[in-house]
Design a protein around this ligand. Structure first.
Ligand SMILES: [Cu+2]
Length: 164
């Protein structure tokens, strides 16, 4: 069959196109974050929206026993905030910016999770007129922390977050 080399080349081209498509689709598939929050937490909902706006799929579950979820997952009391999320084997405690979470999922360090303790004004979901400086902490399995990302005061205002 004289056309066979051509057919084979076509098949190869089609296969690599499929592989490329496959890779592209995989890269764009949103990562699902499971978020536990209290049913009345407004800033938790705002953070969930922030994740969705940044390409994540979010599954939320309202719970009245948030403290026990944090305790069961080894989140030290001083690092706790409102909601607790889980993705890729990590916990995500509090108002962690989507970009810092994406970097965690990309670099995959050997830590237990990320935390923004309390609820600093200016963090995603906690937007306000006087943004505070805050750190996103990487939390090690033993409970030790190191700074994963620092966000300066008033950063989001400068970015025009108030132009609604
Ligand atoms: Cu909050």
């Amino acid at each position: 069959m004289t056309f066979r080399p051509f057919a084979t080349a076509m098949l190869r081209a089609a296969l690599s196109a499929l592989l490329l498509l496959g890779n592209g689709a995989a890269a764009e598939t949103p990562t699902t974050v499971k978020v536990y929050k209290s049913p009345t937490c407004g800033c938790c909902d705002a953070w969930v929206d922030h994740l969705k706006e940044n390409g994540f799929t979010v599954e939320t579950e309202n719970r009245d026993d948030m403290e026990s979820i944090k305790a069961e997952n080894g989140i030290p009391a001083k690092l706790r905030s409102c909601h607790t999320g889980f993705v890729g084997g990590y916990f995500v405690e509090g108002h962690v910016p989507a970009a810092d979470l994406k970097r965690l999922l990309k670099e995959k360090p050997a830590v237990a999770g990320l935390s923004v303790p309390d609820m600093p004004i200016g963090s995603p979901g906690m937007e306000g007129p006087n943004a505070e400086a805050y750190d996103v902490l990487a939390v090690e399995n033993g409970g030790g922390t190191r700074v994963w990302a620092s966000h300066p005061a008033a950063r989001r205002e400068a970015a025009g977050a108030h132009a609604h």
